[in-house]
Design a protein around this ligand. Structure first.
Ligand code: CP3
Length: 341
C-alpha cells in the first residue's frame, strides 16, 4: 500500500511519509518559469497543462510522498459568480459580498471543470507509489475572503458580519458547502486519493462561533461527500484553533488531523483516537531559517509524533525557503542525516 494511505488507514510507518503544504510554489525556479507564462493567477489555475506540470514538480525535485493538486481555495467563490483576482505583492482581491449579494448567489460550477482535467492529467503521470491529494477551503475560511474582500490579519469585518447577521452567514456558508461538496466529489472521481480541507482562519473564534462557523459546515461537507459514495480519507486542517481542535476531531467526521505549529502533538495523540493519523507540524519559520534551528525542530517533531504520522509543516512553504533545506529535512527523516544550510 502507498505510504500515505497506509498511515491514513491507521498504521505507523517507521519512516513517516512526507509532503509539505505549498510545496509547489514560488520557492521553486521551475515553478516561476511556468508561472511567468500566464499573467493571471486564476487563468494559471484553470490551465490543466500548466497546473498539472507544477503539481508534479515537488515530486521530481524532492521525491515527496504526495502531490497536492495545484489550484486555489478561492476558485470556489468564482463558481458562485463572484469575481476574484490576485495582485502581485498584495494577494487576493474580491468585491466584498453584501447581504443582498448572498441572497442572489448564482451557482456556476462549470467553471471548475479545468481543475478536474488537471487532476486527471496528474494522475496519468504520477508514479504509482505516490499519492494525489485534492483539496478545498473550508466554508468559513473562504467566506472570510468573500466578506473582507482581501486577506486581513484579524478577520474582524467577517466576524462582525457573522455576529450581526447569523441568517445571512448561515446562507453563505451553506452555498459554500454545496459548491465545495461537488468540487471535492469531482476531484475524487477524477483521481484524487485523499482530500484536505483547509481551515486557515480557525483562530480567534469563541467556542460557540467555532461550532457554528467551522464544525457545522465542515461536518455537512463530510457527510454529503460520504453520502455520494466517496470514501477517500479526508484530512482537516483547522489552523491555530486552540483546544477546539478536540471538538473538531470529535464532531466533524474527518479521517485525520493536520496540526498547526503550536499544537503539542504528543499531547494531541493522547486525546484523539489511537489510530487517527496526525499530519504536521514543523514550524515553517524554522524551515526558512535552516541550520541547527531547523535540525532541532525536525527532531522534535519526529520525537513527539506517536502513532500514525505524516510529516508536514504547521503551515505552508514560503517563497524564501531554500531548496537545500527542504532536501535536508527529507534526508534527515529518511536516512537520519540532514545537510542543513
Ligand atoms: O503546493 C500547494 O499547496 C498547491 C496549491 C495551493 C495554492 N494555494 C497555490 C497558491 C493550495 C493548496 C493553496 C491553498 C490556499 N490558498 C489557502 C489555504 C492554505 C494556507 O496557505 O493557509 C489559502 C488561504 C489560499 C488563498 C491564497 N492564495 C492567498 C491568500 C494567496 C496570496 C498569498 C501569497 O502567498 O501570495 C494565494 C496565492 C497562491 N496560491 C500562490 C500559490 C502558489 C502564490 C501566487 C503565485 O504563484 O502567483
Amino acid at each position: 500500500m502507498k505510504k500515505i494511505l497506509s498511515v491514513l488507514s491507521g498504521h505507523r510507518e517507521d519512516i513517516p511519509p512526507i509532503w509539505m503544504m505549498r510545496q509547489a510554489g514560488r520557492h521553486l525556479p521551475e515553478y516561476l518559469e511556468i508561472r511567468n507564462t500566464t499573467t493571471s493567477f486564476i487563468d494559471f489555475c484553470f490551465s490543466p497543462e500548466k497546473a498539472s506540470e507544477v503539481t508534479l514538480q515537488p515530486i521530481h525535485r524532492y521525491d515527496m510522498d504526495a502531490a497536492i493538486l495545484f489550484a486555489d481555495i478561492l476558485l470556489v467563490p468564482i463558481a458562485l459568480g463572484r469575481q476574484v483576482t490576485f495582485e502581485k505583492g498584495v494577494g487576493p482581491i474580491l468585491n466584498p459580498i453584501s447581504i443582498n449579494d448572498i441572497k442572489r448567489l448564482q451557482k456556476n460550477t462549470n467553471v471548475l471543470k479545468p481543475v478536474y482535467e488537471t487532476v486527471k492529467k496528474v494522475k496519468k503521470k504520477l508514479y504509482k507509489s505516490k499519492t494525489l491529494i485534492g483539496f478545498c477551503g473550508a466554508p468559513w475560511t473562504v467566506a472570510t475572503y468573500m466578506l473582507e474582500g482581501k486577506g486581513t490579519t484579524n478577520k474582524e469585518k467577517a466576524k462582525k458580519f457573522a455576529y450581526e447577521n447569523p441568517g445571512a452567514t448561515k446562507d453563505l456558508l451553506e452555498s459554500l458547502v454545496e459548491v465545495s461538496v461537488e468540487y471535492l466529489i469531482k476531484q475524487a472521481e477524477a483521481g484524487a486519493e485523499v482530500l484536505q480541507i483547509f481551515e486557515s482562519w480557525a483562530s480567534d473564534l469563541s467556542p460557540s462561533m467555532f461550532h457554528d462557523l467551522i464544525i457545522k459546515p465542515t461536518r455537512n461537507i463530510i457527510k454529503l461527500v460520504r453520502d455520494s459514495g466517496v470514501d477517500v480519507p479526508i484530512i482537516g486542517f483547522p489552523k491555530n484553533c486552540g483546544l477546539s481542535v478536540l471538538d473538531y476531531v470529535e464532531k466533524t467526521g474527518i479521517s485525520a488531523i493536520a496540526a498547526s505549529t503550536e499544537i503539542p502533538i504528543k499531547k494531541l495523540r493522547s486525546l484523539i483516537p489511537e489510530n487517527m493519523a496526525i499530519q504536521g507540524n514543523l514550524d515553517p519559520l524554522a524551515l526558512r531559517l535552516g541550520g541547527k534551528t531547523l535540525e532541532y525542530q525536525v527532531e522534535e517533531v519526529l520525537k513527539n509524533a506517536r502513532g500514525p504520522h505524516i510529516f508536514n509543516l504547521g503551515h505552508g512553504v514560503s517563497p524564501d525557503v531554500k531548496i537545500e533545506n527542504i532536501k535536508a529535512v527529507i534526508n534527515h527523516i529518511r536516512t537520519g542525516n540532514g545537510n542543513y544550510v
